[in-house]
Design a protein around this ligand. Structure first.
Ligand SMILES: CC(C)(COP(=O)(O)OP(=O)(O)OC[C@H]1O[C@@H](n2cnc3c(N)ncnc32)[C@H](O)[C@@H]1O)[C@@H](O)C(=O)NCCC(=O)NCCS
Ligand SMILES: Nc1ncnc2c1ncn2[C@@H]1O[C@H](COP(=O)(O)OP(=O)(O)OP(=O)(O)O)[C@@H](O)[C@H]1O
Length: 197
């Protein structure tokens, strides 16, 4: 099995590309969805997060807005949260890999792959990449997204050029969806050929 990590900055089209891999038959592990499950109603991290960050959870599980206020911009607090969240995500990922042990390729969709050291846990890395103006227009078109919030998120993420420089595959997402589908098919073909030979 080859594990392919997929990452990219906010609004670059990562979710869209992950869905393209899934449609091509590649099993996809969505790290963000795993975090949401673990923090959601009856999620198994809710009690530990309430103990570490009192007042940030309720009947619906973690209130991510409140938890974000408590940890984003406070590095030691963020590290304490990661110490709770990351081992649980690693367990979920291990279970996913066991469940798909027969798959030739699996995709691990990890938004903060580089920022959280996840690059060491995957065989290859694909990064989605669109021009900054396209990225900005996509993100600002989302409801609840103001320019300042976008800038603040960008400032906390590794620069896109650096992600691209560290990638094994760069998947362009600034053009048509068809172009992106072709790029996804090329990545799958390349990894399949490598496995056979
Ligand atoms: C802090 C939380 C509650 C904020 O949730 P919210 O839905 O409001 O925002 P979202 O998840 O989209 O994050 C917004 C931005 O915060 C920054 N950020 C979030 N987690 C991290 C982190 N561990 N390290 C660095 N930046 C982070 C990123 O720039 C991100 O784009 C949430 O991100 C969280 O639980 N983070 C810790 C778990 C984690 O590391 N997740 C990412 C890897 S799977
Ligand atoms: N060639 C393309 N490739 C990918 N997405 C595209 C392309 N052309 C247009 N789009 C659109 O751009 C948007 C990208 O959003 P998507 O949710 O996939 O980004 P994301 O990187 O997962 O975002 P975030 O990191 O903020 O969660 C979608 O609405 C998608 O339809």
């Amino acid at each position: 099995m080859i594990t392919l990590g997929l990452t990219g900055s906010i609004g670059m089209g990562k979710s869209t590309v992950a869905a393209m891999f899934a449609r091509s038959g590649v099993p996809v592990f969505d790290a963000d969805a795993a975090v949401h499950r673990l923090q959601g109603p009856a999620g198994r991290l809710v009690a530990a997060i309430e103990a570490a960050f009192p007042g940030t959870t309720g009947p619906e599980g973690v209130d991510r807005g409140l938890l974000g206020k408590a940890v984003l911009g406070d590095t030691p607090a963020l590290r304490r949260l990661e110490a709770i969240v990351h081992p649980a995500v690693a367990e979920e990922r291990a279970a996913f890999l066991r469940d798909h042990a027969d798959a030739p390729i699996v995709l691990l969709d990890i938004p903060l792959l580089f920022e959280t050291g996840g690059e060491h846990g995957v065989d290859r890395i694909a990064v989605v990449d669109a021009p900054p103006a396209v990225q900005r227009a996509r993100v600002l078109a989302r409801s609840g997204m103001a320019a300042e919030k976008f800038e603040a998120i960008l400032a906390r993420q590794m620069r896109n050029a650096e992600k691209v420089a560290r990638a094994d595959f760069v998947i362009p997402t600034g053009g048509s969806l068809t172009e992106t589908e072709v790029a996804v098919a090329e990545v799958i073909a390349c990894l399949s050929a490598r496995k056979g030979g």
